[in-house]
Design a protein around this ligand. Structure first.
Ligand code: NAD
Length: 428
């Protein structure tokens, strides 16, 4: 699958088909899980700051809710497509099932570029999206959360619009809200911290010592940053991070062989996870081309930016030193690159396991919001660690017993759980 012809939904369906074959799923089960159960598209008219009027396209797709109310991100991106959202919705179904939380999978988005929109215009898009889709959303129906280029502020605007329409306070409508306004402590750090909890277990399995471990990371946004932060805090070294450069419309890598200084790099990073190139150079970082993160001689690669980054075309550039790939992003590795990685014996912590800390903590936020009772940060992180470790052990156990690649093991567990729920409900 080349970068240009990449379709994430085809990738998600290919991954599902592979598992369906292994599990010998019957026809109706296959048909049900191969497609989303519901899809909504809408137009959002906005009065722009300059007096012009623009129409933005919005989406919400629910892949499956056999195991509980649907849950999934809302993404603002100029290249958003309905197939990306279909893929993210399907991946979310599997992710919730692997993490064993009682939720289904959905996803949503708006085609727009927040880099070029004022905060007022972004607020109107958030409110417009909720107005168009509110009948298909709700604490017991489908609960959105942040994804690429959406933040706690966006979630709060969406909540405010929803509560205004419903005429009651319903903080469980959405997660990823600001702390103090219905948000959970540690929600922002959860996807990255969860990834590091899983990575810690993988290092134990491979008998590698954390303090001697080096990593290279694609991305410096919400997921990447918290992964880098905890990984370095517990003794690892991150040599390289990368990000998209909005001015140059390309990506760059920022390398410091002795390890990046997380706190100072943050001071030159914008809200979108973009690093100021000139200031980083002044701080002594080597500025390298966007793909360089993949070629570093490190023990661990953490793709934590976007889909389809490790492909058949560049997988041979992955250093022989790399022993673990921990997928922070959704769908960063194409199926054809996967077979090469499996053959090389690299230990894969697949996205549906590695980044599930985000949705696990979102689930905790939902529970807290519905009770209107909020837990301490340590309690949230403790519960997250327990869930991540249990999910990791279940996948590893399956991989060992059946001699499976970790992604295949995670898929098998997820698909069996979802198929069983649909059967038990009498759907198939
Ligand atoms: P974000 O918008 O906070 O950050 C994205 C980062 O990726 C930024 O640093 C950006 O500069 C960088 N980036 C974008 N395009 C790039 C490119 N071509 N090359 C290098 N870097 C690039 O987004 P996020 O919330 O951190 O999400 C990142 C990934 O993790 C996505 O795949 C998302 O679906 C997934 N994810 C997010 C969450 C969550 O809770 N936010 C949870 C699980 C998974």
């Amino acid at each position: 699958m080349s970068k240009t012809s990449f379709n994430p939904f085809v990738m998600a369906q290919t991954q599902f088909n592979k598992t369906a074959d292994v599990l010998e799923l019957d026809g109706p089960t296959r048909d049900l899980l191969y497609h989303p159960m519901k899809e909504y598209q809408c137009s959002i008219p906005i009065h722009m700051d300059d007096g012009s009027k623009r129409i933005f396209r919005g989406f919400r797709i629910m892949h499956n809710n056999g195991r509980g109310p649907a849950k999934g991100g809302i993404r603002f991106h100029p290249q958003e497509t309905i197939d990306t959202i279909r893929a993210l919705a399907m991946w979310m179904t599997w992710k919730c099932a692997v993490a064993d939380i009682p939720l289904g999978g959905s996803s949503g988005g708006v085609i727009c570029d927040p880099h070029n929109l004022s905060m007022r215009e972004q607020e109107l898009i958030c409110r417009g999206w909720v107005r168009q889709l509110c009948n298909n959303l709700g604490p017991n129906i489908d609960v959105p959360e942040p994804d690429i280029m959406t933040s706690a502020q966006h979630m709060l605007w969406m909540l405010d619009e929803y509560e205004t329409i419903r005429g009651e306070k319903l903080p469980g409508f959405i997660t990823g809200k600001p702390v103090g306004m219905g948000g959970s402590l540690a929600r922002k750090e959860a996807p990255g911290f969860g990834l590091v909890f899983a990575l810690r277990e993988a290092l134990k399995e491979l008998e590698m010592k954390l303090e001697n471990t080096t990593a290279s990371v694609q991305g410096f946004g919400m997921v990447a940053r918290s992964a880098v932060q905890l990984f370095q805090q517990i003794g690892g070294t991150v040599k390289c991070v990368s990000c998209w450069d909005q001015n140059d419309q390309t990506s760059y890598c920022y390398r410091k062989n002795e390890g990046i200084d997380f706190e100072t790099l943050l001071t030159v990073t914008d809200v979108f996870g973009g690093i100021d190139k000139a200031k980083a150079a002044d701080m002594g970082y080597e500025i390298l081309p966007g793909d360089a993160w993949l070629e570093q001689d490190v023990d661990v690669l953490i793709p934590a930016a976007i889909e389809n980054q490790i492909t058949a075309e560049n997988v041979d550039k992955v250093s022989k030193k790399v022993k673990i790939i921990a997928e922070g992003a959704n769908g960063p590795t194409s199926p054809d690159a996967d077979s090469e990685i499996a053959e090389r014996g690299v230990f894969m912590i697949p996205d549906l396991l590695a980044n599930s800390g985000g949705v696990i903590c979102s689930y905790f936020e939902q529970v807290q919001s519905n009770m209107n009772y909020y837990w301490e940060r340590d309690e949230v992180l403790g519960k997250l660690d327990v869930k991540m470790t249990a999910a990791f052990e279940a996948v590893l156990d399956m991989a060992r017993k059946r001699n499976m690649y970790m992604r295949d093991a995670a898929y098998s567990i997820a698909v069996v759980r979802v198929a069983q729920a649909c059967k038990d409900r009498g759907w198939i």
